[in-house]
Design a protein around this ligand. Structure first.
Ligand code: SF4
Length: 278
């Protein structure tokens, strides 16, 4: 039986005060906590003159593959039949463009993919360190390929943090024992019901959403989609292989959505069904 999304949201609200007792607290080091506190102080502007300068996070979906698809049937990656890698030249093109603005926000190499299965990951990190020395590289991984040797390899680069979503008690116990100087967090992850986002009832939330600045994703085809929830890539605004990031983010269509979302006006089909605020 399929549980309606509204029921899930209500249960989540009821259980919220008891979460710390129900779930084992995640392993988090002090450096990570400080970082998160700093991040929450940032308030993006409403009408920026040129949107690309105000991005706080950009994610590269370097592939649409994950080594856990066989056990995570609820994850969007398990639905992708067309296996695809984002072209290396596109990653470099966007990083070079961000260097023009001296980008110092967050850079990710994941959406629903597992970044560590991609042999180009260290190459991308190295290039980002070179052209964007002030950018904050974040690694989100399922931890399956992470061990003491690999985490020490990461220490050779400038990384903002490593976050691991572990899925079993055994993996969690193994991963929290890894030692690193990089801010590092391991938490238990539960897959939510986002795969049905397109079919939910409209909620028509009036809450503002900052995804147009805080959740810019270059998907594995090179398209800029509305946000990470759009796993079927239905709401895309342009492709960075033929256009610059600046051109896409300052296009009439993108700016319209940006201004609407900032004012809590959710006009896109996916946004009408969403209760998130990015
Ligand atoms: S309202 Fe939801 S679907 Fe729309 S951009 Fe924000 S997070 Fe994404």
């Amino acid at each position: 039986m399929k549980i309606p999304h509204g029921f899930y949201v209500r249960i989540k609200k009821i259980l919220k005060p008891f979460r710390a007792f129900i779930f084992k607290p995640p392993f988090t080091n002090d450096a990570f906590n400080k970082q998160i506190a700093e991040e929450h102080k940032v308030t993006p502007p409403f009408y920026p003159d040129s949107l690309e300068k105000y991005i706080t996070r950009i994610s590269f979906e370097i592939s649409n593959m994950c080594n856990y698809t066989h056990i995570h049937k609820k994850c969007p990656v398990s639905r992708y039949t067309d296996k695809k890698k984002l072209e290396t030249s596109i990653v470099y093109k966007v990083l070079d463009e961000l260097a023009l603005y001296n980008f110092c926000g967050e850079i990710d190499f994941h959406r629903y993919n597992e970044p560590m299965i991609d042999t180009r990951l260290f190459e991308f990190i190295e290039y980002t360190n070179k052209v964007l020395p002030n950018a904050k590289i974040s690694i989100l991984t399922n931890g399956s390929l992470l061990n003491q040797e690999v985490i020490e390899k990461f220490e050779k680069y400038k990384l903002w943090h490593i976050i691991v979503s572990s899925y079993t008690f055994k993996e969690h116990e193994r991963l929290i024992k890894l030692k690193t100087t990089i801010p590092y967090k391991v938490y238990y992850s539960r897959l939510d019901d986002r795969e049905d986002i397109y079919n939910r009832k409209e909620i028509n939330s009036k809450l503002p959403c900052y995804a147009t600045i805080r959740d810019i994703t270059v998907n594995c085809y090179g398209d800029i989609s509305i946000c990470c929830l759009d796993w079927q890539n239905r709401f895309v605004f342009g492709n960075v292989s033929s256009l610059s990031l600046k051109e896409i983010l300052n296009s009439k269509q993108f700016l319209e959505v940006h201004h609407e979302l900032f004012h809590g006006k959710r006009t896109l089909g996916i946004c009408k069904r969403c209760d998130w605020q990015r």
